[in-house]
Design a protein around this ligand. Structure first.
Ligand SMILES: [Zn+2]
Length: 416
């Protein structure tokens, strides 16, 4: 696309810019090897990055609009690659049970947990679901999140699963962020079903309707003791692949069922959680192109161990960090806090975490034009009240975002 000079914007006076240029999947050591630019600028046209550079070389674009970013740190927009965004209701009534040591899977067995959210979501109107999810997306935007993967899975029936995905579609049309819809009807066995086989057959029919309506890019399943077995996960995801969907898997969160190995074997785009995967399975994942999506807010909130992030990276895997926003085990939109926990509790470096919420998160979400700031990519970036990358992890628990740009347009400004 040819653009006249006066259609360009030049963002200059950036003290430090991390463009994340280069590989679109950063595995192992590559996650920590970034090349930041000092005294940088970004030239944007038609919503895309046209050029990045340093010093005053931007001055040759004499007729472009000049925008000073006031000496800030600039990073690619953060991508939250694992959320359960659309649901009704809240579950603060379970918090004290969890703190008293009642097991999550026991809460589920007694009709709480996911099943409580399913009841609330089935009873909610499209408008109610839309408004609640819209509020969450606004919170995410304030934390610098410019793209969000959003799973269904609180319907567990045809009508409500489609309703959730239709809400995602409308949010994607109306809000500045990009949403990536994932069908996760295989999230729990709903009340009234005895046979997992019968339920998965129903979910295959729902999947046909999802395909027909072009309502999801990915299919996910909760592979866990008391939920769906490794064999059921392999079969269901294989079926989804045959229908043309990319696949993801909730793997080895509480028990080592081999979900990580299934992800590698199927060529899944991502394997998520991985708290209890065997070392052998982590190595299989590291050899594959599957992104390990790790969710430290959930570990923090449930008082559990953190996933073996350091080990995965040392084995050569591609790691992403996401919020796992959901009303039960991670009721927070604060991806910055997840990033900080990854450094403070999981042994990752700030550079590795930055790769984990940009390029690798883009890969895990199938977003090929996002995750880095180099010519041809979407001009999605975050302006932070920080002078260097370490500061973002040092000043934990607060929001350091000053401005958010999506497609070169400012969509948020705040005083941190
Ligand atoms: Zn999840």
């Amino acid at each position: 696309m040819y653009l006249a000079e006066n259609e360009l914007k030049v963002f200059h006076n950036i003290s430090l810019l991390y463009p994340l240029a280069g590989p679109k999947l950063r595995k192992g050591e590559a996650m920590g090897k970034l090349s930041p630019l000092k005294d940088a600028y970004i030239v944007v046209g038609g919503g895309k990055v046209k050029e990045i550079g340093t010093g005053d070389a931007y001055k040759r674009h004499g007729r472009a609009e000049l925008i000073s970013l006031e000496g800030a740190l600039v990073l690619p927009g953060f991508i939250d690659s694992h959320t359960h965004l659309v649901h009704a209701g809240s579950r603060e009534n379970e918090m004290r049970k969890k703190l008293a040591g009642v097991d999550y899977l026991d809460i589920l067995k007694s009709g709480g947990g996911i099943l409580a959210t399913v009841r609330a979501t089935r009873n909610a109107s499209f408008q109610e679901l839309y408004r609640e999810a819209e509020g969450r997306l606004k919170n995410m935007l304030a934390f610098g999140v410019t793209a969000v993967e959003a799973k269904s899975g609180y319907g567990l029936d045809l009508e409500t699963e489609l309703k959730q995905l239709e809400v995602v579609r409308k949010l994607n049309q109306n809000l500045p962020q990009t949403l990536v819809p994932t069908f996760m009807g295989a999230h729990a066995l709903p009340e009234g079903y005895q046979s997992r086989k019968d339920f998965l057959e129903l979910m295959k029919r729902v999947l046909d309707a999802v395909k027909e309506g072009r309502l999801a890019h990915f299919v996910d399943i909760f592979c866990e003791e008391g939920v769906f077995s490794a064999e059921e996960a392999r079969e269901f995801l294989g079926h989804a692949q045959a229908k043309g969907f990319g696949v993801k898997i909730h793997a080895d969160e509480m028990n080592a069922l081999g979900g990580a190995a299934i992800a590698a074997e199927l060529g899944a785009v991502s394997a998520e959680h991985l708290l209890n995967s065997s070392e052998e399975d982590l190595r299989k994942l590291a050899e594959s192109e599957t992104v390990a999506v790790l969710l430290p807010l959930t570990s923090f909130y449930l008082n559990k161990n953190f996933a073996p992030a350091r080990k995965l990276i040392d084995f050569g895997a591609a790691v992403a960090i996401a919020s796992d926003y959901n009303p039960g085990s991670s009721p927070s939109e604060n991806l910055q806090l997840a990033m900080q926990l990854a450094v403070l509790k999981m042994g990752l470096t700030p550079e590795e975490v930055l790769s984990a919420v940009t390029v690798n998160a883009a890969k895990a979400s199938g977003l090929h034009s996002k995750g880095s700031l180099e010519p041809g990519m979407d001009a999605d970036f975050v302006v932070l009240a920080a002078r260097n990358l370490d500061y973002v992890f040092y000043r934990f628990g607060i929001n350091l975002v000053r401005e958010v740009y999506i497609g070169g347009k400012r969509v948020l400004r705040r005083e941190p």
